[in-house]
Ligand binder design. Structure first.
Ligand code: CP
Length: 304
């Protein structure tokens, strides 16, 4: 049966039920991986990964994930394709649709990702833009639910820059029904249209207010990709928003800490935070693989 193509450019592209399915499937894939179980439903399928910015986790999850599912991955860095020499993204989209089965793209402008999806007849996955990072949220919610059960109704604190990770946490609060407290320095708040799209997310005055009674505390770097040259200024502005052990002590007693990585110790986190038992960043990073496998299988084959 022919399946209409689905894209994953935002968490809002899937229903809450479909997102829950992906979490369940990602958990299953984690268990199967640990047991050495081989599952290759994507034999004969090829995916292309277009990265116009650096990546460790997203690239490895795509390449290793597609390989483990029986498929083949092609990596295209900025200068590896004619996109780097100005080939229109509309033409590129049509060409890759003739040759491969799925595409994943990381670039600054969400509009470029939308253009690729609009002109491609194959599923397109957002590997991160300056606006959103939806794949990271699949791993984060999976990790929380593996360790604490359903995230519905939980309290989550996002402390730091109101940028792509914050936007995706707001979308996640809307889709999974948790309460999100956001603390950002003045002038670095998330986009108002995203914040105002749900009653589940709210701005608070300080990091301390955000983490009060939180079940999960998250942050991201103070200077993301796209903020090059602003680093010095941002260190002073964001200093009151560092996550450290003393701040986590003010959260709920079973709080977890997550960070999408890479991290800057001594800036958005204390030097020793990853050694604290409340930090689950390595499991979170590993779940990029399992959740991305669940996503690719779903977009190519539907729910199994
Ligand atoms: N968290 C994340 O997206 O990591 P990479 O930038 O290494 O892919």
């Amino acid at each position: 049966m022919h399946m209409p193509k689905r894209d994953f450019l935002s968490l809002l592209d899937l229903s809450s039920e479909e997102l829950d399915y992906l979490i369940t499937r990602g958990k299953k894939f984690r268990q199967m991986h640990a047991a050495g179980e081989v599952h290759q439903p994507l034999i004969g399928k090829t995916g292309v990964l277009i990265l116009q910015m650096n990546s460790t986790r997203t690239r490895i999850a795509f390449e290793a994930g597609l390989h483990q599912l029986g498929g083949h991955a092609i990596f295209l860095g900025t200068n590896d394709s004619q996109l780097g020499r100005g080939e229109p993204i509309e033409d590129f989209a049509k060409v890759i649709s003739e040759m491969v089965d799925i595409a994943m793209i990381r670039t600054i402008d969400q509009e470029d990702i939308q253009a690729l999806a609009q002109h491609a007849s194959i599923p397109v996955i957002n590997a991160m833009s300056s606006l959103l990072h939806p794949c990271q949220l699949l791993a984060d919610i999976q990790t929380f639910e593996e360790l604490r059960g359903s995230i519905k109704g939980a309290t989550v604190a996002f402390v730091g820059d109101g940028y792509n990770m914050c936007h995706s946490f707001i979308n996640a609060a809307r889709q999974w029904g948790f309460n999100l407290n956001i603390a950002c320095p003045p002038g670095y708040e998330p986009k108002a249209d995203i914040l105002n799209s749900t009653n589940n997310a709210r701005m608070v005055e300080s990091a301390e207010q955000a983490v009060k009674d939180a079940d999960l505390v998250v942050t991201d770097v103070w200077s993301s990709m796209g903020h090059e040259g602003q680093e010095g200024n941002r260190k002073a502005i964001f200093a009151p928003y560092q996550i450290n052990e003393q701040l986590l002590d003010q959260a709920g007693k079973d709080v977890l800490f997550m960070h999408c990585l890479p991290a800057h110790r001594g800036e958005e986190i204390s030097e020793t935070l990853f050694d604290d038992p409340r930090s689950v960043v390595w499991q979170e990073a590993g779940n990029r693989l399992h959740s991305q496998k669940a996503l690719m299988e779903f977009l190519l084959l539907g729910a199994q």
